[in-house]
Design a binder for this molecule. Structure first.
Ligand code: UDX
Length: 429
């Protein structure tokens, strides 16, 4: 089937490449001409494991192409996905101007039946507004359907999350577009939930805020473990083996960041408010996350006493492992707070250093992980990159003024660190 995807960001490009991979013909549209040219020239604007091979193979196979024109997409494809940004507004609400602009542009090009699918994360009842907008700006009386089809892609795992989705959610007002969407997703062999548009839109915010709740819950548990001499990883394992709870997203640490959780959580709190419900539970999820950062900085200060002029090596800059994305990264927040206290920073990240340079102008960026410790008074682990576990601790101890590590992601083993002579602090253990 022919598909057009408007917006080639993390969601649009990955979705387009995966749809092409399973045999559909896809045109990915973007208003950013330079991004379209980069993609047409074989470049990939974002890092996602496996994405570059997927894009190249499908462009070569003639199933995937890029265009700067919405009209081009609307004329060619029966199903048009909207995957443009829905950035946060200062008051925590959602900026829907890109969605509205694309809906109007699609309306202007409609000449025959089309299925317009909203994949962007949007407040509940947006689908209704998209339908009204297309109806209003349509030049002639043309038939169309609007569908909500939220994405559940984790950055750094987006390709695998889409190639093997836990479920596909389809929200529609009538059965007509549902069959087409089911055909589209059939090759992924995933369970399909068909519901109304509003429920589909709520499922997205409900899922993300529940995942954030799990993280804040285990971080609150970590505070209790530190106060009671318990081990939060043991507690997480113990409750996580209950299949009603599940072990995933119970890793205590620096708290959640990224371009989704913080934004979606604030948006959902705002949406609830606008619907007349005070979502106090989610406000507390957000508070616990903010406190987690304060507790971590205090842990560093308690360990080092004076932070000013201390040379601190920070392992990790991305908001989580497997990505180069530093948007709302807790690791960047740690660096900026330490720098404000006068610390002299040496930083290393396997992928995110380029994107972090603008945010940390005074830091020394160290290419080799095992060179980071040179001359440092302490090491701080800020991102859960698995390769950090291979750090040469003997060499680090020799290079440091004193072997001190404050581990914000519980990557190292407390007993092993003690045996190696480190002063080692971590989260909830
Ligand atoms: C999230 C959702 O998982 C995804 O379904 C949605 O489509 C987009 O938002 P993402 O933000 O890419 O994906 O990253 P995710 O893997 O969910 O992690 C978010 C944050 O939580 C990261 O900062 C991560 O370090 C942190 N985290 C995650 C924890 O602190 N503990 C955990 O156990 C898991």
């Amino acid at each position: 089937m022919d598909i057009a995807i408007i917006g080639t960001g993390y969601v649009g490009l990955v979705t387009g490449a995966c749809f092409a991979e399973v045999g559909h013909r896809v045109v990915c549209v973007d208003s950013d001409e330079s991004k379209v040219r980069l993609l047409q020239g074989g470049g990939i604007p974002i890092y996602e494991p496996g994405l570059d091979e997927l894009v190249r193979a499908n462009v070569a196979a003639g199933r995937l192409r890029f265009s700067g024109s919405v009209r081009d997409g609307v004329e060619e494809a029966l199903v048009i996905f909207i995957a443009v940004p829905t950035p946060p507004l200062p008051d925590g609400g959602v900026d829907l101007s890109f969605i509205e602009a694309v809906a109007r542009e699609i309306a202007g090009c409609l000449t025959e039946y089309r299925i317009v699918v909203d994949k962007s994360t949007v407040p509940v009842k947006t689908g209704e507004k998209v339908a009204e907008t297309i109806k209003r700006y349509c030049k002639s009386r043309v038939d169309f359907d609007v569908v909500s089809n939220p994405e559940f892609l984790r950055e750094g795992f987006a390709v695998q999350d889409l190639m093997r989705p836990d479920r596909v959610v389809i929200g529609a007002r009538s059965p007509r577009p549902v069959q087409r969407l089911k055909e589209l997703y059939a090759p992924f062999q995933a369970p399909v939930i068909v519901t109304d548009i509003n429920s589909a839109e709520l499922i997205k915010h409900a899922a993300n805020s529940f995942l954030a709740l799990k993280i804040s819950y285990i971080n609150a548990m970590a505070a209790l473990c530190e106060a009671s001499g318990a081990n939060v990883q043991e507690v997480a394992n113990g409750i996580g083996m209950d299949k009603r709870i599940g072990r995933a997203f119970l890793d205590a640490g620096l708290g959640f960041g990224g371009s989704c959780f913080p934004k979606d959580l604030s948006a959902f709190i705002k949406i609830a408010e606008q619907l007349g419900y005070d979502f106090a539970l989610l406000k507390e999820v957000r508070n616990i996350n903010a406190q987690q950062m304060d507790r971590f900085i205090r842990k560093i200060a308690d360990t080092l006493w004076v932070i000013k002029d201390k040379r601190i090596g920070v392992l990790g800059l991305a908001f989580k492992q497997n990505t180069d994305d530093v948007r709302q990264s807790p690791a960047i927040e740690v660096c900026q707070r330490l720098a404000r206290e006068g610390a002299i920073l040496r930083v290393h990240d396997p992928r995110a250093m380029e994107k972090a340079k603008a945010l940390l102008p005074d830091a020394t960026f160290v290419e080799e992980m095992n060179d980071l410790a040179e001359g440092c008074d302490a090491l701080v682990v800020a991102t859960e990159w698995p390769e950090f576990k291979q750090l040469d601790l003997d060499r680090a101890r020799r290079l440091m003024t004193h072997p001190i590590m404050i581990d914000g992601r519980n990557l190292f083993d407390p007993n092993e660190m003690e045996r190696l002579g480190f002063i080692y602090k971590s989260i909830g253990r």
